[in-house]
Design a protein around this ligand. Sequence first.
Ligand SMILES: [Zn+2]
Length: 240
Amino acid sequence: MKEELSLLVQLQTMDLKRQKDREVLKGFPEKMAIAEKPLLEVRTELEEARERLETLHQGRKENELALQVIEDKIVKLKLRLTDIKTNKEYHAHLQEIAAARNSKNEIEDHLLNAMEGAEILTKEISEKEAALAKDEAEFLEVKKAVQSEMDAVAAAAATVEDEWQSISAKISKSLLASYQRLFSSSKGLAVVPLHGSICTGCHFSLPPQLIAEVKRQEKVLTCGYCHRILYAKTEQEAAK
Ligand SMILES: [Zn+2]
């Protein structure tokens, strides 16, 4: 029984380590996501800026076509001048040409604005591309570091897992089962040492007869208050 109790204590240390490893491993994706966030933001901004530039280009093409149409119209209007017979017709004709010229000016203004806008956007895009390249390089570094940290934790966890298997195989099934029940219900403290006559799980003072029995280590004994498995530290252990 002495042997089994000491195995249980070892198992408990490992189980606490396993719990911690699981927590650490669970935290890695979040760590990675936090490191990637600025990168994703710049990427989205860059996509939006590119879309805006594309819209400007599209608008420019449409305006260039419209400009061509209005210029052709002005040429044709001027040619019609020879067909005009009355003063009234002449006056109307001049108005039509003036209106066409106004439209032409408006389109030219749009084109100019679009060109200016495109210039600003192009500059903005190249700045964002540089920022993105920097963020990508930084993220790659973080990713590598997190990945190797993760691999190290996973490797250590695998070793603990192997040790856990080989130790648990030496403990009787029923004792292992009650230990595991206790471990999950008592949040990681299933086997506790005595401190004098006190259970270190619940800090209640235990009767002298139970203390004496625990010290003899002939059978598995539990605390009457918190039901944890009790063991007595050797003098060497107690001195630590
Ligand atoms: Zn107790």
